[in-house]
Design a protein around this ligand. Structure first.
Ligand SMILES: Nc1ncnc2c1ncn2[C@@H]1O[C@H](COP(=O)(O)OP(=O)(O)OP(=O)(O)O)[C@@H](O)[C@H]1O
Ligand SMILES: [Mg+2]
Length: 434
């Protein structure tokens, strides 16, 4: 009997131990599985958190919708054929290890695409720029960081990290990069119509029409508005100038060159002056403190450059200041109009744009409008000019005057206008009203 009891005990203990081991193994598996799931979850949420775009752009800023979210997103801009998603397709997939989602290319691939670095487009402070055709058939611009360049590795990494996060239809988007054999290269969307400066000052170029100049001013304003108000954290460009505005096939403008860009949060001050003579905010020159409003100043100079067709490095702003003495309210700016326009421009539109640009170049940065204010004001100016054209058509058809109504509208705008540089433009209400 005792023997039976002890046998039962042994069997019981053995079964218990087996069950225990089984439960322990199952628990271990469970823990491992849950851990790996949470890791996947973490990495995807990390990825989402690096997307710098406000999910709900304000409706006052129509063009913030022109932004596209980072690589991997279904919303990625493939519409213009330059979205990184396109680049990640095909047999070169193994090369697409990337910093912040930007495809990385091997030196060999880039060498082949540029026909051994022979198709030179131009050379800037960063280094030479080559035209290239990638294996996908895509035409791109490859910017090679020169070894003797004043701009160095820091700018390179800054640009890759920065542009990896920024996508907008009015920015020259980065579509790839190469860091190999001591060489650093940035691969951009190719802009077939080159730089704005080449159109304003290049020989054998047809003069830009007034409407093209207006649309370029709007495109640049939208690109900058996105950098200032759409990107999180905000980005200041620091080198807005006509050489850094590039034009696509249909002459739509995009802001290029983020080599001098800095996230405002990271570096608000620097010891040496950066940017381009002629476009530099006087307040930045004296304080060495570069802000969004310094970009606004450069933008104002750029708008005057578009109106006058004069190089800021050759006395544009002195010319503007002289003209400002004679401008009454909002009128009189036609005096600075580019002679190449041959008088073909909408006079009121030109005056409104110049008045807005003059606010942007106010010596006191606080009194300059924000880029969002500028975009809104430009939209109103264009809307107003369209409605004037529509009315004048109607007027000529009906043969009766709504002239009074139109002049009334003009005078209400003029009442809001004051070319004095001391005027505050911090609020939207100070800007041209429709
Ligand atoms: N994505 C692009 N598509 C077409 N042409 C480009 C592109 N990027 C640059 N270029 C052209 O290459 C040339 C050199 O450009 P780069 O930006 O290096 O110099 P820059 O703008 O003249 O001066 P900086 O170095 O001060 O910016 C310019 O003529 C420019 O128009
Ligand atoms: Mg440039």
């Amino acid at each position: 009997m005792k023997r039976d009891e002890s046998r039962g005990l042994i069997i019981g203990v053995t079964v218990g131990v087996v069950i225990g081991i089984f439960i322990a193994i199952s628990a271990l598996f469970c823990i491992k599985f849950r851990k790996s799931r949470s890791q996947i979850g973490n990495s995807s949420s990390r990825r989402n958190s690096t997307v710098p775009f406000r999910s709900s752009s304000t409706n006052t800023c129509a063009e913030l919708s022109g932004s596209t979210v980072g690589p991997g997103s279904p919303k990625l801009s493939v519409e213009d054929g330059h979205g990184p998603a396109l680049w990640m397709e095909g047999k070169k997939r193994k090369n697409t290890i990337s910093v912040s989602g930007i495809p990385k290319y091997s030196y060999k691939d880039v060498q082949k695409a540029t026909a051994n670095f022979t198709a030179l487009i131009g050379k800037g402070a960063f280094g030479p720029v080559y035209k290239a055709q990638m294996c996908t058939g895509e035409i791109v611009a490859v910017k090679v960081l020169a070894n003797d360049s004043k701009q160095g590795e820091k700018e390179f990494h800054n640009e890759v990290l920065l542009l990896g996060r920024l996508h907008h239809r009015n920015l020259v988007n980065l579509v790839g990069y190469c860091a190999e054999k001591g060489q650093h290269m940035l691969i951009y969307v190719f802009m077939p119509n080159g730089s704005l400066s080449s159109h304003l000052y290049g020989e054998n170029r047809e003069a830009l029409k007034w409407n093209q100049r207006v649309s370029i001013a709007i495109d640049v304003a939208r690109g900058l508005e996105y950098l200032h108000d759409g990107a999180v954290p905000p980005v200041v460009h620091r080198d807005i100038k006509s050489a850094n505005i590039l034009l696509d096939r249909s002459m739509r403008a995009r802001v290029a060159d983020f080599g001098l860009s800095r996230e405002e949060m990271v570096s608000r001050t620097s010891t040496s002056l950066r940017g381009t003579f002629g476009y530099l905010d006087p307040e930045y020159v004296s304080s060495r403190n570069f802000t969004k409003k310094s970009d606004v100043y450069s933008y104002g100079v750029l708008v005057f450059e578009l109106i006058a067709g004069r190089n800021p490095q050759h006395g544009l702003m002195e010319y503007v200041e002289l003209a400002a003495i004679n401008t009454e309210g909002r009128s009189g700016w036609e005096e600075v109009a580019d002679s190449q326009l041959e008088g073909s421009f909408d006079l009121e539109e030109l005056n409104d744009m110049a008045a807005l640009a003059y606010k942007c170049v106010n010596r006191v940065s606080r009194k300059r409008p924000s880029m969002r204010d500028v975009v809104q004001a430009l939209s109103r100016i264009v809307k107003m000019s369209r409605s004037r054209k529509h009315h004048s058509k109607k007027f000529s058809v009906e043969g009766s005057g709504d002239l009074d109504a139109r002049s009334e509208a003009r005078s209400s705008i003029s009442e809001n206008t004051n070319h004095q540089r001391s005027e505050s433009v911090d609020s939207v209400s100070d800007l041209p009203e429709v």
